[in-house]
Design a protein around this ligand. Structure first.
Ligand code: IMP
Length: 427
């Protein structure tokens, strides 16, 4: 048996959906432990494309148990739309469970998200607008509504009444805008609770039972290391912990139960939203990667900023997450580039920096130091063994693995589940 945590080693959108979908084939249980519907996974299975925001990728395999842990924030409206969409395409959701401790995203969270972004003006974070930050704020303020409340009419009434009173004061007093009608919200969310009550189960118990029974478990992270509230490029981060350690907190398992940690990284790097990005390409190569890699957000449709692979970031992700392996995705997107650059370090005011800086002020002034390698041509999407790749692609992978300090376990050479090369078996 093995428990594997899969996390994003960059700024999110690394192709975790594809990697978790691939690994889920060998797991009996898939657990999401943080984030919400700010995430977006595109998974191509049997030629069909699925866009998932909340539901673990394992749902595409009928026999896997898919769990949403206490560390997630769940928007019931979006969740219901997602399960109905899957059911409409013949995908069963009978193996899906949500922790009673999972916090619920309410309509006022989405509105606070929008109002906050507007107030920030030029300093806006560029959030996904899904109410993620305000829902986590309420969790920490101890005013949140959890799944256990949503499915209990009395508890929902009590907690919602207090929340709406407080939020309406905020909307009228601070934001100068209209608030929410308690009865309307209550009646809508009461129905959501009735619809979802059958999904609620103790995720920590289920996960620990599965560990004891020796099952293979996959913990599916959302977003990425540099969007982590503690370790990311604060304040341009999300409000949860996308790093590996959060799998324990967000699912209710102890750190001694985690066997392997895999960091997913694109063969290049992308970022959505605002904030400094040392290897960003503002030229034709950036456009090439964006177009060829379809680098537009799954959740918001925003174009992603593209840049060269950054080994300062990779080493940082390896350290913060304790990475055992890298899964490199979208190698095929780089095919056709004449010259490929790898960022080996930063130069800051003439000094060399090898560790990722803690402040944006420093990061914004860091100039990437590059090493160049020749690119490759030809179609690599059919390659299934490392030796089938062009020599320049192999050299590139060996070099980024060496500079990142982490061996590569998986390589993605196309969007399909089967377009994956396995160098190291994880289960
Ligand atoms: P929030 O998570 O909606 O609060 O957004 C905060 C920051 O995280 C913004 O820069 C978003 O673009 C970014 N973000 C949130 N979720 C994702 C994701 O799944 N992929 C990439 N960026 C994300």
């Amino acid at each position: 048996m093995s428990t594997v945590v899969v996390i994003g080693a960059q700024w999110g959108d690394e192709g975790k959906g594809k990697v978790t979908d691939f690994l889920a084939g060998d797991a009996q249980m898939v657990v999401r432990y943080q984030g919400g519907n700010n995430a977006g996974h595109t998974v191509v299975a049997d030629g069909k494309e699925f866009k998932l925001h909340l539901i673990p990728s394992g749902i595409l395999y009928p026999e896997k148990l898919c769990l949403i842990g206490n560390g997630v924030v769940l928007d019931p409206e979006v969740f219901i739309r997602e399960i109905d969409g899957l059911a409409g395409r013949g995908i069963s959701v009978k193996n899906l469970r949500i922790s009673p401790r999972t916090h619920v995203i309410m309509p006022y969270h989405r509105k606070v998200d929008a109002c906050d972004e507007e107030r920030r003006g030029a300093g806006k974070i560029g959030t996904t607008g899904r109410g993620i930050g305000p829902a986590y704020t309420d969790k920490v303020s101890r005013t949140g509504i959890r799944m256990a409340d949503l499915v209990d009419p009395e508890s929902l009434a009590e907690r919602l009444r207090a929340s709406i009173r407080e939020k309406n004061e905020l909307f009228s007093g601070v934001y100068g805008t209209g608030g929410f009608d308690y009865d309307e919200v209550y009646n809508t969310y009461l129905k959501f609770g009735q619809r979802l009550s059958g999904f609620v189960a103790d995720v920590s118990v289920l996960t620990n039972d599965a560990i004891r029974e020796g099952r293979n478990i996959l913990f599916e992270g959302a977003q990425g290391t540099l969007l982590d509230i503690d370790h990311g490029t604060y304040p341009y981060v999300t409000s949860s912990n996308p790093v590996a350690a959060a799998a324990c907190l967000g699912a209710g398992v102890g750190p001694t139960k985690i066997n392997k940690v895999v960091g997913v990284a694109k063969a290049y790097i992308t970022r959505v939203g605002e904030g400094p990005f040392p290897t960003e390409l503002m030229d034709g190569t950036g456009d090439y990667l964006r177009e060829k890699g379809c680098e537009f957000g799954t959740t918001t449709g925003r174009p992603r900023r593209c840049g060269w692979y950054d080994t300062v970031i990779a080493r940082y992700a390896a350290r913060i997450n304790g990475l055992d392996y890298l899964a490199i995705t979208k190698l095929d997107v780089m095919t056709g580039l004449e010259v490929i650059k790898i960022c080996t370090g930063y130069s800051y005011k003439g000094e060399s920096i090898t560790e990722f800086p803690a402040t944006l002020r420093v990061l914004a002034e860091c100039k990437p130091v590059y090493e160049e390698m020749p690119g490759w041509t030809g179609d690599i999407t059919g390659a299934r063994n490392f030796d089938e790749l062009p020599v320049n692609a192999r050299n590139y992978l060996n070099r980024i693995s060496h500079l990142s300090g982490v061996p590569i376990a998986l390589i993605g050479v196309g969007p399909g589940r089967e377009e994956t090369m396995v160098l190291e078996k994880l289960y």
